[in-house]
Design a protein around this ligand. Structure first.
Ligand SMILES: [Zn+2]
Length: 295
């Protein structure tokens, strides 16, 4: 395990434990979240060493990779995904110019497949070799290993997308430096993240499924991601709700809490979360942040 002694957002060296959560998906072990004493950013601490992180992704239930149709939640997830994919495409079309798109953490390639059909020039990075093979077989997409991020030419990309991926990335500073280098001056950065200031996060506490320890290394609030991005010369253009996530995360959280599906209760808590967010500072369960570069 690796102890993090500096806040990944502000660099402060003091942090306090705020929550202990179980890894429900793979190991069954407990992990801790600490909060920075200065800026309040929450992060998983200690966390697995970088070369051990991949051990925590070995689960059939890790649906974004395996496309498993087993279980009602996975089936609902796949249905919702087709709706969500179109919505993501529309968001990109609305908020960016240019067609050179880089999707980081492309998973099984479903988002890039939709973008390719819409005329985008697509490049995808994905650490998991099985997922890359799936993308090639099913969509004819040649995703590259994540290390290739270091080889992408400067100013060669119009759009970078990371859909629920940045919270998994070990070295945030390396990523933001690269965003800046590879993006065209008029490029846009789309980052989707869970928000632990949402109502569903408050309702479920340590059972909240979007803590997803230890796979999620960081637990960004709106101010945290804005603060980090601003340090690299990015400014926020928009923060858009992902309303279906409130339902999906509530379903998983109910299962963590009670050991079985409680769909009706999950539905009401998802709705409660979305209604609360509309009235309270946009604190949805998940948000898409769109950043542009300062000139
Ligand atoms: Zn901090």
């Amino acid at each position: 395990m690796k102890e993090i002694d500096q806040c990944p957002v502000c660099g402060c060296e003091v942090n306090n434990r705020v929550l202990i959560c179980k890894d429900y998906l793979v190991s069954g072990n407990n992990f801790e979240i600490t909060a920075c004493a200065e800026c309040g950013f929450n992060f998983t601490n200690p966390r697995p060493e970088d070369d051990e992180l991949s051990d925590y992704y070995k689960s059939e239930e890790y649906v974004s990779h395996s496309e498993s149709k087993k279980g009602i939640i996975n089936r609902l997830f796949l249905m919702a995904r087709s709706y969500t994919l179109k919505k993501k495409l529309k968001t990109i079309q609305k908020y960016s110019n240019g067609k050179r798109l880089l999707d980081i953490g492309a998973g099984s390639g479903s988002f890039l497949d939709v973008c390719k059909s819409a005329g985008y020039d697509c490049m995808g990075l994905e650490p998991d070799a099985d997922a890359r093979e799936f993308a090639l077989k099913n969509y004819g997409l040649e995703l590259k290993p994540i290390e290739d991020f270091l080889n992408i030419e400067e100013n060669s990309i119009d759009i970078i997308s990371m859909w629920h991926v940045l919270e998994h990335v070990s070295d945030l500073r390396l990523y933001f430096n690269r965003f800046k280098e590879v993006l065209d001056k008029d490029g846009r950065l789309f980052i989707a993240l869970p928000n632990n200031e949402s109502k569903d996060a408050k309702i479920y506490g340590k059972f909240w499924a979007a803590y997803d320890l230890p796979r999620h290394l960081y637990h960004f609030r709106q101010k945290d991601i804005r603060n980090l991005a601003e340090q690299y010369g990015f400014s926020l253009q928009a923060a858009l709700p992902m309303k279906l996530d409130a339902y999906y995360i509530s379903m998983l959280s109910e299962k963590h809490k009670h050991g079985k599906n409680k769909l009706v209760r999950a539905f009401f808590n998802g709705m409660k979360s979305n209604m609360h967010a509309r009235r309270n500072d946009n604190n949805y369960s998940s948000l898409i942040y769109i950043f542009k570069q300062d000139v």
